[in-house]
Design a protein around this ligand. Structure first.
Ligand code: FAD
Ligand code: NAI
Length: 472
């Protein structure tokens, strides 16, 4: 293998973090190479994460609506059938066109794309095992590690992606399971649990903590969505720990569960078990040890505020380092890290990164929740507005949920926005902008919102924080 010319930037990983940094670097005129081993760009998010899961969430919601929610709308339908193979095809079509789109953007921005697995040969050289089996190497003035994350395994259960699955199996099952038990009531558990519940599976979610939704979700909002998901048919076992599993039978799996605080064991049996207990950074086989880079106790590469590892020209962003494991967080970091390289400044506001759970209704939040404010000893006030008092939600016959503002008790500055309701994932953009600009709830409440829209619930919740809502 002959080493090529030295690049300004070599990126290991073509996920959201890596591919966005590559495009940005190309736009800034850097000579850039991106190495990706999976054979397609877009990483976890595009290939087995955000995009395929949202395709299935959208189409399973439509199916569920057509089955259960048309008569009262004056639409009589008959002979509704699930065609799972075609639902999966629709998902694949979206994924394929989007990954091809990134390849096009690479060409447009002069990014060199190498299909293969990269590992450090030395501090400036990445050795690449190409997908065709041959080898090459690339030298970089700067190197960016963007190798992402993988799902955390459950000790004692072997992932076969058929009977014991992670999210990757959960977006590709060939038939609807009769019974599915989900270990972990976080975002993956609730999103993928929703999909299979809507398609007909009996879904039980076992969660160690006293609330569902994973880290960050406000407790009141979590209770609210749990009630709605329960109405939709999902079952929940909270404060319950899965202690062990037995996957030795051919077509069923047994789990031992016990009360989180100790107590009597119980056995659950299902034909499919979804392991959704979190994700962990993925940095295997990079030869980090060879160049003296270390990870912390949770496997994250340690970086400074400019994304530098202790070797200053090697930086790291996305799921394999600190912060929430979210695609849009990776994307912000990708732009900032290139700006640090080219201009010596870059900016990500980690206090204003929204979270969205794409169940129906959606849950979305930004900023701090009540428990976090209490723990920090911040004096705050609360304003809420239910979608059941919003005209658009009522006409759409889709009015479960609420908007909730948390604002500084003295200054009225917005500290957090929490929404459970139709379109919460789009609506949170307004909350994020307000938080980013340091708005008060009165700023939002005195801003005209079109009628009749769901966004009026957002305005009225703001009004309820500094004064009174009109319609509730
Ligand atoms: P990744 O996307 O994991 O990309 C890393 C890439 O590096 C991979 O493609 C990998 O093949 C490659 N790689 C690793 N090692 C090497 C190597 N040595 N050489 C070459 N290539 C290598 N986030 C959201 O914001 N919204 C969502 O709706 C959402 N939904 C999700 C649904 C699911 C089911 C899952 C699992 C995740 C979801 N996420 C979502 C999280 C999101 O996918 C991640 O935060 C995001 O993909 C992180 O981007 P990344 O580039 O850091 O890592
Ligand atoms: P998570 O961290 O959101 O939730 C895991 C849950 O499992 C926690 O509530 C935890 O208490 C519970 N748990 C852990 N061990 C357990 C045990 N032994 N028994 C019972 N419960 C147990 O992790 P999840 O859902 O796997 O998702 C991983 C990450 O992927 C998310 O944190 C998020 O960063 C990303 N993601 C984002 C999405 C989005 O933005 N819409 C969608 C899907 C994933």
């Amino acid at each position: 293998a002959t080493p090529a010319e030295e690049k300004d930037l070599v990126i290991i990983g073509g996920g959201v973090a890596g591919y966005v940094a590559a495009i940005k670097a190309g736009q800034e005129g850097l000579k850039v190479t991106c190495i990706e081993k999976r054979g397609a760009l877009g990483g976890t998010c595009l290939n087995v994460g955000c995009i395929p899961s949202k395709s299935l969430l959208n189409n399973s919601h439509l199916y569920h609506t057509v089955l259960h929610d048309t008569k009262n709308r004056g639409i009589d339908v008959e002979g509704v059938k699930l065609n799972l193979a075609n639902m999966m095809k629709a998902k694949e079509t979206s994924v394929n066109s989007l990954t091809k789109g990134i390849e096009f953007l690479f060409k447009k921005n002069n990014v060199e794309y190498i299909k293969g697995t990269g590992a450090f040969a030395d501090e400036h050289t990445v050795a690449v095992r190409l997908m065709d089996g041959s080898e090459t190497s690339v030298r970089g003035k700067n190197i960016l590690i963007a190798t992402g994350s993988e799902s955390t395994p459950f000790p004692g259960l072997t992932i076969d992606e058929k009977k014991v699955i992670t999210s990757t199996g959960a977006i590709a099952l060939e038939k609807v399971p009769k019974k599915m038990v989900v270990i972990g009531g976080g975002i993956i558990g609730l999103e993928m649990g929703s999909v299979w519940s809507r398609l007909g599976a009996e879904v039980t979610v076992v969660e160690f903590l006293g609330q569902i939704g994973g880290p960050g979700m406000d407790a009141e909002i979590s209770k609210n969505i749990q009630k709605t998901l329960t109405k939709q048919g999902m079952k929940f076992m909270l404060n319950t720990k899965v202690v062990s599993g037995d996957d030795s039978a051919a077509d069923s799996v047994k789990l031992e569960v016990e009360a989180a605080k100790g107590g009597k064991n119980q056995t659950l049996e299902a034909d499919v078990i979804l392991v959704a207990i979190g994700r962990r950074p993925y940095t295997a086989n990079l030869n980090l040890e060879g160049i003296g880079l270390e990870t912390d106790t949770r496997g994250r590469l340690v970086i400074d505020s400019e994304y530098r590892t202790k070797i200053p020209h090697i930086r790291c962003i996305g799921d394999c380092t600190f912060g929430p494991m979210l695609a849009h967080k990776a994307e912000e970091e990708a732009v900032a890290v290139v700006e640090f390289m080219t201009k010596n400044y870059g900016h990500v506001n980690y206090n204003a990164i929204p979270s969205v759970m794409y169940t129906h209704p959606e849950v979305a939040w930004v900023g701090q929740n009540e428990a976090e404010l209490k723990e920090a000893g911040v004096k705050y006030k609360v304003g809420t507005f239910p979608f059941s008092a919003n005209s658009r939600a009522k006409t759409n016959q889709d009015s479960d949920g609420m908007v909730k503002f948390l604002a500084d008790a003295d200054t009225d500055r917005i500290l957090g926005v929490h929404i459970v309701g139709p379109n919460a994932g789009e609506m949170i953009a307004e909350g994020t902008l307000a938080l980013e600009y340091g708005a008060s709830t009165e700023d939002v409440g005195r801003t005209s919102h079109a009628h009749p829209t769901l966004a009026e619930a957002f305005k009225e919740a703001a009004m309820a924080t500094y004064g009174k809502a009109i319609h509730y």
